[in-house]
Design a protein around this ligand. Structure first.
Ligand SMILES: CCCCCCCCCCCCC/C=C/[C@@H](O)[C@H](COP(=O)(O)O)NC(=O)CCCCC
Ligand SMILES: Nc1ncnc2c1ncn2[C@@H]1O[C@H](COP(=O)(O)OP(=O)(O)O)[C@@H](O)[C@H]1O
Ligand SMILES: [Ca+2]
Length: 555
């Protein structure tokens, strides 16, 4: 049986001049219109509203007096319509309202009554409940990339986000970056992180990647862990990261919130959401290269990124043109992929279920602590290899993709690996073998349709904890890395062939697309670190079973 909620307050207040029963408990604010007729009216809009206290943004106190209303900040506002008697006290509650396609809006409702003391009690009770929510940030460090996407990061923040933060009583230190890696380096060395409850990134996946690199690095150095060592157990970052989408793909925002909308993201930050996320570390010859949280792609996606960087002036459309060009170019790459399958976990890349808010698969797999329970220790990787746990595949590949999350984005609403999980400590390794252009097109089209992406003979997918890739030409040189001179020459020839596909000579190397940043090393060693970072997000919410039909925003 459902336990009755203990009410903190229950009063008759007016909303838009109609009497309502308004109640406040620790979890809910509700208001219900008083009706004179007990008869059910099918065409009368719903008279009952409820808002979770955890989704109240703020409460604003106002006082109506002689045709004017005084705001909290001391300014005066004319009221268009007097509500009933001469002098009424009013207060306005701002709260989260759900709209279509996972969008959130800031809605407001104004309550009024003639009893000043009662109004005051309501305002202070709501404020007390909000103050008791310790997960909400109070002071944030904000980095804005003015250069990403359509170059609107600064205006997006100033017009859509900053007013909401102010309304919620969040103070900010804002840094508009002046060059690439400005935010990363500031976080690594300069930022006084103790002052803040979180870091906000205004930009695309590349800008988010800078924040992740700065925070992870700083956390390891402060905690005496060695980020250069591929076998190190990395320390999780305590500060959460908020993403205000202002880039070109904004895949990390889309795959964790369900939409690329600055207001929605700002509201997730304000209510203090928390979503853990896996991070892959990428090493080359025991030297750290980069971290990746979304896509690590060699071949097609690496080539698209390299080509698109030369067309940055085109904005986000550069990816479409480069995508078409690289599809027509149809380069394949030879090499060896070795991987360590994730054992003992729940879920496979071909599941029909999806990683959603409060995902039980992430909760379950996140508790496994892979370093101990999965039967291998990273320090003993070679032992595991001799145990036959590592699998090896040699071949010619059009694309090698590791998706640590679905990689859903507006271009591909299901993503590259629709059943991938945000926080299960694994990455989905997708191998697309050399095939005809027609078949590759079928594969790409499945990124945009409902059909199973992996139900093609030339595509295979494995859920892994660790993988390595070695391009063929590295192996043929007695398994030694090419010296830099040789590597340079091959890069030049690769470039010539890339630019003159008619010569029929396939380039030896592609680059890795690492969350939208180019990695020129082809041979890499990748390891998934379970729940290394946390976002101000909650994962994609399942749509409510009963939509509020009186909410025009949701219909
Ligand atoms: C013929 C129909 C083909 C349709 C293919 C559509 C495939 C789209 C898949 C997109 C996957 C995106 C994975 C995310 C990558 C981002 O991290 C990266 C950088 O983002 P940002 O910094 O915000 O720009 N974006 C890309 O690499 C773009 C890939 C686009 C490929 C067409
Ligand atoms: N002020 C700046 N000037 C130039 N580049 C910058 C600046 N700040 C950040 N960057 C870099 O811009 C690149 C693209 O940023 P991102 O926000 O991902 O936009 P997009 O989604 O358009 O690629 C990243 O590599 C980031 O490091
Ligand atoms: Ca994952």
């Amino acid at each position: 049986m459902e336990r009755p909620r203990r009410l903190l307050l229950l009063s008759e207040l007016r909303v838009r001049n109609a009497a309502h029963d308004v109640s406040l408990s620790r979890s809910l604010l509700t208001w219900k219109r008083r009706t004179s007729s007990p008869v059910y009216h099918p065409f009368r809009p719903s008279v009952y509203h409820s808002v979770s206290v955890s989704e109240i943004i703020s409460v604003r106190e106002e006082e109506e007096e002689y045709g004017s209303r005084r705001r909290d900040d001391g300014s005066w506002k004319k009221i268009k319509e007097r509500e009933g008697k001469d002098c009424r006290q009013t207060f306005t509650v701002l709260y989260v309202e759900r709209c279509r396609q996972h969008r959130w809006r800031c809605a407001e409702v104004t309550f009024s009554c003639s009893d000043e003391a009662l109004c005051q009690r309501w305002v202070s009770s709501i404020r007390e409940q909000l103050a008791a929510i310790t997960s909400r940030p109070k002071h944030l460090l904000v980095y804005i990339n003015p250069y990403g996407g359509k170059r609107q990061g600064k205006s997006i923040y100033e017009q859509k986000v900053s007013p909401l933060f102010a309304e919620a009583g969040i103070s900010t230190d804002v840094i508009v970056t002046e060059h690439a890696n400005h935010a990363r380096d500031h976080l690594r060395t300069g930022a006084e992180l103790k002052k803040f409850d979180g870091v906000v990134c205004v930009g695309g996946d590349g800008m988010f990647s800078e924040i992740v690199h700065g925070l992870i690095w700083r956390t390891q150095v402060d905690g005496s862990a060695d980020p250069n060592c591929p076998d190190e157990t990395l320390l999780p970052c305590s500060l959460r990261i908020g993403i205000i989408p202002a880039g070109s793909t904004d895949c990390i925002c889309f795959a964790t919130v369900g939409t690329n909308d600055p207001v929605t993201s700002a509201l997730h930050i304000i209510v203090g959401d928390s979503q853990p996320m896996d991070v892959c570390s990428v090493h080359h010859n025991n030297t750290f290269l980069r971290y990746s949280v979304s896509l690590l792609g060699y071949g097609f996606y690496g080539d698209v990124l390299t080509d698109s960087e030369r067309k940055r002036w085109m904005g986000p459309a550069r990816y479409d043109l480069s995508g078409l060009k690289m599809f027509l170019t149809h380069h394949y790459y030879e090499g060896t992929v070795s991987y360590l399958p994730a054992r003992g976990i729940v879920g496979t890349p071909r599941d029909a279920t999806r990683c959603r808010s409060g995902c039980v698969v992430c909760q379950h797999n996140g508790q496994l602590r892979p370093e101990t329970s999965d039967g291998y220790e990273m320090d003993d990787a070679s032992e595991s290899e001799s145990d036959g746990e590592w699998k090896t595949i040699r071949g010619k590949f059009l694309a090698i993709n590791a998706a640590s999350m679905s990689c859903a984005c507006p271009r591909s609403p299901k993503g590259l690996s629709p059943a991938a999980h945000l926080a299960d400590g694994t990455t989905d390794l997708i191998l697309v073998r050399k095939c005809s252009r027609f078949n590759f097109l079928r594969h790409l089209l499945r990124h945009t349709s409902k059909d199973d992406q992996f139900d093609l003979t030339f595509v295979e997918v494995h859920r892994v904890r660790r993988f390595r890739f070695t391009p063929r030409h590295c192996q043929s040189d007695s398994d030694l890395e090419l010296d830099l001179q040789e590597y340079g020459k091959r890069q030049i020839f690769s470039q010539i062939c890339r630019d003159h596909p008619a010569c029929g000579c396939a380039p030896a190397y592609s680059s890795w697309n690492c969350d939208g940043e180019i990695l020129t090393h082809a041979a890499i060693d990748v390891r998934a670190h379970c729940q290394l970072i946390k976002l101000f997000a909650r994962g994609i919410e399942e749509p409510a079973v009963f939509e509020d039909l009186t909410n025009p925003c949701a219909i």
